[in-house]
Ligand binder design. Sequence first.
Ligand SMILES: C/C(=C\CNc1ncnc2c1ncn2[C@@H]1O[C@H](COP(=O)(O)O)[C@@H](O)[C@H]1O)CO
Length: 291
Amino acid sequence: MTDHETGLGEGSDPAAVESERAPMPTGPERVPQASVPLRERIKRRGPMLLRRGQVDLTTTDQRLLDSAGEADWVHTDPWRVMRIQAEFVEGFGALAELGPAIGVFGSARTAVDHPQYAQAEEVGRLLAEAGFAVITGGGPGAMEAANKGASEAGGVSVGLGIELPFETGLNAWVDKGINFRYFFARKTMFVKYSSGFVVLPGGVGTLDELFEALTLVQTQKVTRFPVVLLGTAYWQGLIDWMRDVLLADGKIRESDLDHLHLTDDPADAVRHVLDRLEADGVARPSGSYPE
Ligand SMILES: C/C(=C\CNc1ncnc2c1ncn2[C@@H]1O[C@H](COP(=O)(O)O)[C@@H](O)[C@H]1O)CO
């Protein structure tokens, strides 16, 4: 079995490989350890003693820098686990000190000249003025609009982008951006660093984000989490269906619907978020309350 397989090689240092009798030579006369007879090789690593065949002859760095060998392992799940871990580390590191924030979701396809774009921009602005950072998916459409409103109001405009088969990149109004490979890591960041969501008209991506929030509230994985639906004409049908079918059939409770605040007014959306958080004992950020 090799050192790699036993794990004994990690952290080893051939400079510490020495003969039990002779002290470690320190200068140009240093003997390559491979030339020390096998039976005389000895190494101490912390509380561990290694002798003979257990003494490895290369350092961790040497093995790291040795580019020879197979590279297929970068396409294996154990390696992906490391990349997933890295996304959480990067996300937590970038957002841990963000302060109070609200997630704003909505269609990637909302056109710049559409009234919903103006509404998203207004929401971004009012949230920033209220003292919230604004977190979006970092893409085009409603996301871009909310980032624009937040950034132009001098707020913290955050975009959590996602790698897609087609390149879209972070929109130009994202002032703090992270690009994720994995949807689930990105979704964790939305929920972990937002105190509530404002959801504008959108498609399956937006519905996914909305229903994830509702599921987490229903299962009490998150508490104190206001969710506002902006656009009554767009959302009323969904609310009616949830009430008439899901609730009527006993698949949800009335309280699951109570979490949803439906409005057409961006100022009302932001007031609702502030009021709900205050009612739940969360300190209000130091910005202005929308008139
Ligand atoms: C469809 C197009 C670009 C997609 N680019 C996206 N970039 C970032 N985030 C996205 C993108 N598409 C979807 N999302 C996420 O889902 C929500 C919007 O999805 P919907 O289906 O459009 O409602 C959004 O909140 C993002 O988090 C080309 O225009």
